[in-house]
Design a binder for this molecule. Structure first.
Ligand SMILES: C[S@@+](CC[C@H](N)C(=O)[O-])C[C@H]1O[C@@H](n2cnc3c(N)ncnc32)[C@H](O)[C@@H]1O
Length: 210
């Protein structure tokens, strides 16, 4: 069986090496609308579904792995979605350099790499420094929505969020299910589907910027 050719779509991908300074989302999407960022968008399943269900919002996926990034660009391009862009870059460096203050309505962080070994915990994305960046980028009232299958990482994420709640920067809210999630799912990403099949629980947490 021949493999389908993965195509590039210049209208979907944003070239990280061409970026200088903060992004202008109105220019990128050609309109003023709510902007959502998905961190670690993998093969783009959430972006595809959510952007289809929410045509009035704009979505930026950030993905480091070239293979997943190319797959996601190909899928979004073939579907002809105009409200999604994807960038291949390291999110921890991208946020401080390129996302303006109070510009984002929602951050979606689904099944971030858990780095289970203690000596690797410092590589986890959800940590105090990165949550402070997320808070800086969120509009007042904006939301960060997180799901993971990893119980110990979830406890660490909860501590990071709780600290920001105690500082009066965030308030905890109910997790917002994705518009296209199936009844047993919370978001319907590839990893969630894999973990549901394996019978693993999914933990969720969400918070709103005060
Ligand atoms: C466990 S996968 C989850 C993918 C998808 N969110 C899902 O639920 O199916 C984590 C994803 O985050 C990406 N990732 C990890 N570190 C990253 C970083 N520093 N910047 C951008 N993406 C990153 C990985 O390449 C991978 O695709």
């Amino acid at each position: 069986m021949s493999k389908r050719t993965i195509k590039d779509y210049d209208n979907i991908s944003i070239e990280a090496q061409n970026l200088t300074g903060p992004l202008d989302f109105a220019d990128i999407f050609g309109r003023i609308a709510q902007v959502h960022i998905e961190i670690g968008s993998g093969k783009g399943t959430f972006l595809l579904s959510e952007a289809t269900h929410r045509p009035n919002a704009d979505f930026l996926g950030i993905e480091w792995a070239r293979k997943y990034y190319r797959h996601a660009v190909d899928r979004i391009g073939r579907w002809g979605l105009t409200n999604v862009r994807i960038i291949r870059t390291d999110v921890a460096a991208f946020l401080p350099g390129h996302v303006p203050d109070e510009s984002i309505s929602c951050f979606h962080i689904y099944f971030p790499d858990p780095w289970p070994k203690k000596r690797h915990h410092k590589r986890r994305f959800v940590c105090t420094g990165n949550i402070e960046q997320i808070i800086r980028c969120l509009k007042p009232g904006g939301v960060v929505n997180i799901a993971t299958d990893h119980q110990e990482y979830f406890a660490a994420i909860t501590r990071v969020i709780d600290m920001q709640v105690s500082l009066g920067r965030l308030e905890q809210i109910d997790f917002i299910r994705a518009a296209g999630a199936e009844p047993a799912e919370v978001v319907g990403t590839n990893y969630e589907r894999k973990y549901i099949k394996a019978g693993r629980p999914v933990y969720t947490i969400a918070a709103r910027k005060l």
